[in-house]
Ligand binder design. Structure first.
Ligand code: MG
Length: 313
């Protein structure tokens, strides 16, 4: 990219209410808010990016992103984009991907459903939700755990895994909600279930040492998600010895350029995943996944895609 380039900046805030609120161990999530970024070069070429913060995972808040954008005014230079601080990872993603889009550098891959993991609703609703998704071609599924009492959830999981066809793979996501003894219970019990691909983030990010120990003690693989939400955290966990699966959410990981460098330097078992962004962010995130994700693992983009504001792309 030409560091001296300067772009006209146009922002389009959006707010999208989920058709079905997301239930996780953290509670309910009802509305996705973010900012679409349009950059226009002197040549007239333009590109779109998306700022979709997820502060619960350590990104900036929407207000912080708005404050940053407001102080830029009506233009932004390539040098300013490179200099966006690591405290604003969703802004780094939004501006860099808009610039890449302007230069025609974002491919538009359209992955088949068979390579996209479908998020099932929490609780008993999963028992009826998997089959239509299977008919659409999905072969990997994800189910939130830590939402109901253990005995109820374990009974549902047994029922779900018994119903799934043998080729199905199931990811369990605890969203950092479990105590150590509960995490051990899940790992002991899921060792019997061949459909389980991995257990995602059973313990909070502060418990990396315990997560490392658990990853060596049980056959069910563990994946880190909240622990590696930003590139800074991902590099830290890698440096502290984590070599297991990592869930990368490009929209909040930070600079795509530096994420690419890191993934190419280190051989990561990476699953790429959505933060319920709109089609604008999703396209840039899936393009990165096509380059950097472990092709043996389904992409975590089987979620409701937010509508894009009219006229924005
Ligand atoms: Mg997760």
């Amino acid at each position: 990219m030409d560091d001296s380039a300067c772009y006209q900046l146009h922002l389009a805030p959006y707010q999208h209410r989920f058709r079905t609120p997301l239930r996780t161990a953290r509670g309910g999530w009802y509305t996705r808010q973010g900012l679409l970024v349009k950059l226009t070069a002197r040549s007239g070429a333009s590109g779109w990016g998306e700022i979709a913060p997820l502060p619960a995972f350590g990104s900036e808040t929407l207000a912080q992103a708005q404050h940053f954008c407001a102080q830029l005014g009506r233009t932004v230079s390539a040098a300013q984009i490179v200099a966006i601080p690591d405290t604003l990872p969703a802004c780094q993603f939004g501006f860099e991907s808009a610039e890449a889009d302007l230069h025609g550098a974002i491919a538009s891959p359209d992955p088949p459903q068979s390579s996209i993991a479908k998020l099932l609703p929490a609780g008993a609703a999963a028992l009826t939700a998997w089959e239509p998704a299977w008919q659409q071609g999905h072969r990997s599924f994800k189910w939130k755990v830590g939402v109901l009492p253990w005995v109820d959830e374990w009974a549902l999981l047994r029922e779900l895994t018994a119903a799934l066809p043998p080729a199905a793979r199931l990811r369990l996501d605890a969203n950092a909600s479990l105590e150590l003894t509960a995490a051990e219970q899940w790992l002991q019990k899921t060792a019997e279930l061949t459909a389980v691909e991995f257990l995602e983030q059973p313990l909070p990010p502060t418990e990396l040492a315990a997560l490392l120990t658990l990853s060596q003690r049980y056959p069910t693989p563990l994946a880190l998600d909240e622990s590696v939400a930003t590139l800074t955290q991902l590099a830290d966990c890698y440096q502290r010895g984590w070599r297991g699966i990592v869930v990368i959410k490009p929209a909040i990981a930070g600079s795509p350029r530096r994420l690419r460098q890191f993934c190419r330097q280190h051989s990561l078992d990476a699953v790429f995943s959505s933060v319920f962004e709109t089609k604008v962010g999703r396209r840039a995130a899936i393009a990165l996944a096509a380059e950097l994700a472990n092709p043996q693992r389904a992409l975590g983009f089987g979620v409701e895609t937010c509508d894009v504001p009219p006229g924005s792309c």
